[in-house]
Design a binder for this molecule. Structure first.
Ligand SMILES: Nc1ncnc2c1ncn2[C@@H]1O[C@H](COP(=O)(O)OP(=O)(O)OP(=O)(O)O)[C@@H](O)[C@H]1O
Length: 450
């Protein structure tokens, strides 16, 4: 059997199992060889190998036999660029399909790539990861809800899906529902339209684990908030686990009712901090390893990943997009990915990343401007000559970056978010009453935004 035969079979498989299944499970397979009637494939993770083996091996065998390939069974192994191999057969048993987790329960589909295996842990996300792991153990409920928050593309959805996959595998009897707050609202509205709110209530209040992604979406939507609040209470009363994500801390979500905010704050609130250089590099290396399984010929020069990790600091999604573009380009033109090629091919992404101001840049510029030491800006001393620049830096951090108030507080020597809130308010007042401060702030803003 050749790569070409496999390509033909893929086209047929896509028709029979559907595009989504095909893209998630079959595209990542790389045909390796046929030997002793065993067709061997490389897979990006053991998880994918297990899944394909369990759910699609009969269909693959069927298609292979139909085109005349003499094959008895399939084998899947993970191969990293260093040639390490682990065979899927020896790994944990695969979980059951989870597109409709909980059988007839209306959950949203899960992404097969978002598992704990593929989540790279670093300092900025280690607490969120540990909390997610703990919840995924399905032991006694210790914190309810688990509230994960952080900026765009930092891995909230990835962690929630990972929890769902893990629970599905270890506790298949649990009724686990994952959905976005938007889907929760649409389903609720549909129930209202069909006059079946009782059915809706019963359904969502009978789950064992409820995960609602991007909860900030329901802010300002009164009846949905109300329904969410009652569902939430009913589940907490029954000691069922709830996991919520949002783009900011509960207290900072505008137009969210206070009773919901306080409920959300009752459990464990953990944020995913913006990535640091090491985490970005780790994620890039992991992606390269995965791509190498699919495209063994992939050549990437030393220093390219370091360059990307250094320059693209916005979010992981942008980082992944950049790498995908580089891979596509290099495979199309058949060239090694060099630093020059990366600079050319990613010029737009690099340019837009350049304009991003970081909290560290702000701290540095403000301390230079007021001629104080950076350590003093971050330290505990409260004298006016230090406190004022510190407040201005906090104000600029809030205005020029996407960091949340708690995040800014933490970066200013572990201060509370209320201190940052106070600083922002104070500088706003001073800007209208003190011409010197207004001028300083404007000048600093211009310099920082370049
Ligand atoms: N630590 C990580 N390790 C591996 N991949 C990661 C990590 N963090 C994020 N990603 C990847 O980045 C992409 C975006 O992550 P995800 O969708 O979970 O972000 P999010 O925080 O839910 O963002 P949004 O607020 O936009 O919904 C995904 O492809 C995810 O797999």
């Amino acid at each position: 059997m050749t790569d070409e035969t496999w390509g033909e079979i893929c086209a047929d498989l896509e028709k029979s199992i559907g595009k989504n299944n095909f893209v998630t499970w079959i595209s990542p397979l790389k045909f390796d060889r046929l030997q002793d009637r065993v067709a061997r494939f490389h897979v990006p993770t053991t998880f994918v190998g297990n899944w394909v083996e369990r759910h699609f091996s009969d269909q693959i065998l069927d298609h292979l036999t139909r085109v005349g390939v003499d094959v008895e069974r399939l084998e899947f192994s993970v191969r990293s660029d260093k040639g390490r191999q682990t065979t899927a057969r020896h790994a944990q048993p695969a979980p059951k399909p989870a597109t409709a987790i909980g059988g007839d329960l209306p959950g949203a589909p899960l992404d097969g790539r978002f598992t704990f295996d593929s989540f790279v842990v670093g300092k900025p996300n280690e607490l969120a990861h540990a909390a997610a792991r703990r919840v995924a153990e399905a032991g006694p409920v210790t914190f309810n809800p688990l509230f994960l928050y952080g900026g765009v593309g930092l891995g909230k959805t990835h962690l929630m899906h990972a929890i769902a996959w893990e629970l599905r595998e270890s506790s298949p009897q649990l009724r686990v529902v994952y959905l976005s707050a938007e889907q929760f609202m649409y389903r609720f509205v549909q129930a209202l339209r069909e006059r079946d709110t009782i059915g809706f209530k019963e359904l969502y209040r009978s789950v064992d684990v409820l995960m609602v992604d991007d909860v900030q979406f329901i802010a300002g939507k009164d009846s949905t908030q109300d329904e969410f609040f009652h569902t939430f209470n009913a589940l907490v009363d029954q000691n069922k686990q709830i996991i919520i994500s949002a783009d900011r801390a509960p207290g900072e979500i505008k137009d969210l009712e206070d009773r919901i905010k306080s409920r959300l704050q009752c459990g464990l609130v953990v944020d995913l901090h913006p990535t640091d250089y090491e985490l970005r590099l780790g994620i890039l290396q992991q992606k390269v390893d995965l791509y190498r399984v699919q495209y063994p010929g992939l050549a990437i020069s030393d220093g390219v990943l370091e360059f990307l990790a250094h320059r693209i600091t916005t979010n992981v999604r942008v980082l992944e997009g950049a790498l995908t573009r580089l891979f596509a380009f290099s495979s199309l033109v058949g060239r090694e990915i060099t630093l020059e090629l990366a600079q050319d091919c990613l010029a737009d992404i690099l340019r837009s990343s350049e304009r991003k101001v970081s909290v560290e840049d702000i701290q540095r510029k403000v301390s230079e401007h007021y001629n104080i030491r950076l350590a003093d800006m971050l330290g505990p001393r409260r004298q006016r000559t230090l406190a004022r620049p510190r407040q201005i830096a906090m104000y600029l951090a809030k205005k020029l970056t996407t960091s949340s108030l708690p995040d800014i507080g933490r970066r200013f020597g572990g201060r509370d978010h209320t201190t940052v809130m106070h600083a922002v308010k104070r500088v706003e007042e001073l800007r209208s009453s003190d011409a010197q401060i207004a001028e300083d702030v404007e000048m600093l803003r211009r310099t920082l935004e370049g």
